[in-house]
Structures are given as C-alpha cells and as structure tokens.
Design a protein around this ligand. Structure first.
Ligand SMILES: O=C[C@H](O)COP(=O)(O)O
Length: 252
C-alpha cells in the first residue's frame, strides 16, 4: 500500500513568528502513523527555524523552489546544497505559479529534479493543465508531456521516489476543486505514463498527490480514489488546526 503524503505549501505567506507558532501547535499533535507523511513547504527565511522546531517530530520540512546549480553567480537564488545543509528534506519543483511568473519550464524542472536527487532531497514535481487546455481536451497530453520531460533521464528508483502533484491550474486558490473522479482519471493517466517510462512495479510505488482547493471538507473523498495518494495544499495548510485535520484524513 502506498503511504499518503499531505504537503502544505504556504506560498508567500506568514512571518517568522507565525511560522514558529504553527510548528509549536502542530508538531506534537500529528498522528503517529507511518502510513501518512506530513510536510510543510515554507518560504526560505523560515526553514532553519522550522527544521529546528520539528526535530524528532513527524512534521517534515520542505522548500518551495531551488536553483539547479550547487553554487555560483545567481543573485537571489537558493541552491540544493544550502537546503540539504539546513536539514530540509523535500522541495516543490515546477509549481504552476513558478512556471507562470518565473519562467520555469519543463527543462528547468528536469534540471532541478536531477539536482534534488543528487543532493538527497525528495522532489515534489507539479504538473497540471490550464482551463483553456482542459476545455480543448488537452489535459492528458499536456500532463503526459510535463511528466516525460520533467522526469527525463532519472533512474527508475529515483522515479519511484519522486512525488508527483497533479494540480489543475484552474482549481488553484479558486475554490473550484476538480471532481474526485476527474482528478483520479488524470492521476491514473500519470501513473500509466510513469509505467511506460519505467515499469508497472515502479508506477505502483510512485506517490501522486492532487492539489487545488483541497480542504478538510473535501479531502476524504479525494483520498478514497484509487490513484490519489495525498494532497498538496495551499490555503487550507496555513492554519494549524486545518493542516492537522488534512493529515488526519490521510490516516483513514
Ligand atoms: O501548492 C498548492 C496549490 O497551488 C493549491 O493551492 P490551494 O490549495 O490554495 O488551491
């Protein structure tokens, strides 16, 4: 059985004291269940403090982006070496907001995914279609291309360890969730693409999350779907109580 992975993506929210308060409220309340992984992907300035505060707890800490180079003249960027050195374990790569506002491409996603594995970080790779693409029936083809290009050149064991987040862009922060059946159909397609790229065994191991207006009220139904193994959650991950409820849902 694949474990459930519930990851909060705080995006550009909170100040340090709020981030620390969240950790203080959540760390000792998470379910003691190996079948669910709880991750919070926070802005860079909060990472050292969150890593410190979550030590020995079930809450893992992730970054929301990184550069693919180890070091160099890249003003304003953060490298995988820096994240690893801090004790960060996960990193979101290729979120649609980075693709839209910061010129992230499948090629940079691929370089970052390789860099993550080279430094012992687990990538959470985001894919998903726009409303226009969905209406033009391009959802399956678009997500397939994003997976093939984003994961190109990985060893099979690395593909197995990759977390894929399917996030239809039109469902992010809009309150519109894909129906659980529609979300599952795309996640199943993504698993099939992984199977074509690797093997049936590897495809069965890959964790595929759904993201887009997930909240405590709708997560149960999403997680009952055959190919949805967790959630990447923005807005509803910001409050400790709501995040905790989302993680609890992963235990059922
Ligand atoms: O990374 C998270 C997604 O962009 C979803 O955000 P949301 O839960 O606020 O819709």
């Amino acid at each position: 059985m694949r474990k459930k992975v519930i990851a909060g993506n705080w995006k550009m929210n909170k100040v340090l004291t709020e981030a620390e308060q969240f950790a203080d409220n959540v760390t000792d309340k998470l379910p003691n269940d190996d079948n669910v992984e709880a991750i919070v992907c926070a802005p860079f300035p909060f990472l050292p403090s969150l890593v410190e505060k979550t030590k020995g707890s079930r809450l893992q800490v992730g970054a929301q982006n990184m550069h693919f180079e180890d070091s160099g003249a890249f003003t304003g960027e953060v490298s995988p070496v820096m994240l690893k050195d801090l004790g960060v374990t996960y990193v979101v790569i290729g979120h649609s907001e980075r693709r839209e506002h910061f010129a992230e491409t499948d090629q940079t996603v691929n370089k970052k995914v390789h860099a993550a594995f080279n430094h012992g970080l687990t990538p959470i790779v985001c894919v998903g279609e726009s409303l226009e693409q969905r209406e033009a029936n391009q959802t399956m083809n678009h997500t397939e291309q994003q997976i093939k290009k984003g994961l190109e050149g990985l060893r099979h064991d690395q593909v197995a360890d990759t977390i894929i987040a399917y996030e239809p862009i039109w469902a992010i922060g809009t309150g519109k969730t894909a129906s659980s059946a529609d979300a599952n159909e795309v996640c199943a397609h993504i698993r099939n693409v992984v199977k074509e790229m690797t093997s049936g065994d590897i495809a069965e191991q890959v964790v595929i999350q759904y993201g887009g207006s997930v909240k405590p009220a709708n997560i149960d139904e999403l997680l009952t779907q055959s190919d949805i193994d967790g959630a990447l959650v923005g807005g509803a991950s910001l409050e400790a109580e709501s995040f905790q409820q989302l993680v609890e849902a992963g235990t059922t």
